[in-house]
Design a protein around this ligand. Structure first.
Ligand code: NAD
Length: 361
């Protein structure tokens, strides 16, 4: 018998090639007249294009967004928002840029209009992150959830193949953990399974033909579903491990997700047979963990922690940190279990097939 709680996220989504043309109209809809545009230094040009599109509705471009929102950059952006009397932020970019807009919203209540250009999914979540003194703090706050999101797949065409692959796997990771979340519910599970399906069928085309707009659109659709999954239900071991590896060992965000996902999935497989069946079904594979590993390989994405900068000598410390502070996971988290998982991920081993998978129709 069904019994669940479902908190729907209040955001407006406009999806489709060319929807960027609605930018000025959507800013007006927010009741804003002074937009501060945010980008990374690498995407300055895209930021400048937004300023141009907004005309007199833009008050400037702050182009210093970087990974993990260092507090110094957040403070500089907050100062700029105050100085320019901005009444909204337009974030064009990946999770780093959206994260910077959230850092501003957290102290000012400015509404955010997000224009995602990767598959990270931050635009659909009320989760913020700030890094201070080498430590990344995260939290949930309804004020940081973007009010409007413009998903225009034409902006993702410039994403390099490697980032497309790893960012797509990052989004699949949100879907995977949503399927066995403590607060999982049938609606989000449906979205999460569909997200995996859309990404698994589109990413192989995207990495071979980066300008194939149909597949880019399909991948962005999957990424949206991944973002909703991440924003709506709680995550578990996989996200905790990636947070530890990124925060304490400075490993790249999307690549870390790509490498760890098959192993975290294998770790939880026996405890979550129904989720495993749904993941495998969406991948068109016989096993969830193996299917995820094989997808990463087929995309030419990294599959070993060693290949993305982790040092063998740090694995013990990583296991210690990840086993501290209890958190929800469908299978008990033990220090030895995590240490073994990390060794497999470090070496890039293909996970072993798991025996128990429920049949889901
Ligand atoms: P990113 O935003 O750091 O982007 C990586 C690089 O790719 C940057 O140089 C960026 O300018 C460039 N780039 C982005 N889109 C491009 C495009 N279309 N074409 C060319 N270059 C492009 O990477 P990300 O993986 O999207 O975000 C990672 C960050 O987001 C991490 O800090 C992570 O913790 C955070 N994140 C937060 C949430 C959340 O809900 N709060 C969710 C997911 C990720």
């Amino acid at each position: 018998m069904l019994s669940f709680t479902y908190d729907m996220l209040p955001s407006r989504v406009i999806f489709g090639a060319g929807c960027l043309d609605k930018l000025a109209e959507e800013i007006e809809r927010l009741g804003a007249t002074r937009a501060l545009v945010l980008s990374t230094p690498e995407q300055r040009e895209q930021g400048a294009e937004m300023v141009k599109r907004l005309g007199s509705r833009a008050v400037g471009l702050f182009d210093r967004a970087v990974m993990h929102v260092p507090i110094e950059i957040a403070e500089a952006a907050r100062d700029e928002a105050r100085r320019s009397a901005a009444d909204c932020c337009v974030a064009v970019g990946g999770g780093s840029t959206t994260g910077l807009a959230k850092a501003i919203a957290l102290v000012s209540d400015l509404p955010i209009l997000a224009i995602p250009t990767t598959y990270a999914g931050s635009e659909m979540t009320p989760i913020w992150g700030l890094t201070e003194g080498g430590l990344k703090k995260t939290g949930r706050d309804a004020r940081v959830l973007p009010k409007t999101v413009l998903y225009d797949p034409t902006l993702t065409v410039s994403m390099p193949a490697r980032l497309s692959a790893t960012s797509g796997m990052n989004s699949i990771a949100h879907c995977v953990e949503a399927l066995y979340a403590r607060d999982a519910n049938p609606i989000v599970s449906m979205l999460a399974e569909e997200g995996i399906r859309a990404l698994a069928r589109s990413l192989p085309v995207v990495v071979k033909e980066p300008s194939n707009l149909e597949s880019r659109s399909d991948a962005l659709y999957g990424a949206w579903l991944g973002g909703v999954s991440l924003g709506t239900v709680g995550m578990a071991l996989h996200h905790k491990l990636c947070h530890t590896l990124g925060g304490s060992f400075n490993l790249p965000h999307a690549e870390t997700h790509t490498v760890v996902l098959p192993h975290a999935t294998a770790y939880n497989a026996a405890a979550t047979p129904e989720a495993m069946s749904r993941i495998a079904r969406a991948l068109g594979a016989t096993s969830a963990a193996e299917g995820l590993f094989d997808l990463a390989v087929s995309l030419g994405a990294p599959v070993s922690l060693g290949a993305i900068g982790m040092k063998a000598g740090d694995l013990d410390k990583a296991a210690d940190i990840a086993a501290q502070n209890p958190y929800y996971n469908p299978r008990a988290v033990t220090r030895d279990g995590i240490r073994a998982l990390l060794q497999n991920a470090f070496e890039g081993r293909r996970p072993q097939a798991q025996a128990s998978q429920a049949v889901v129709r």
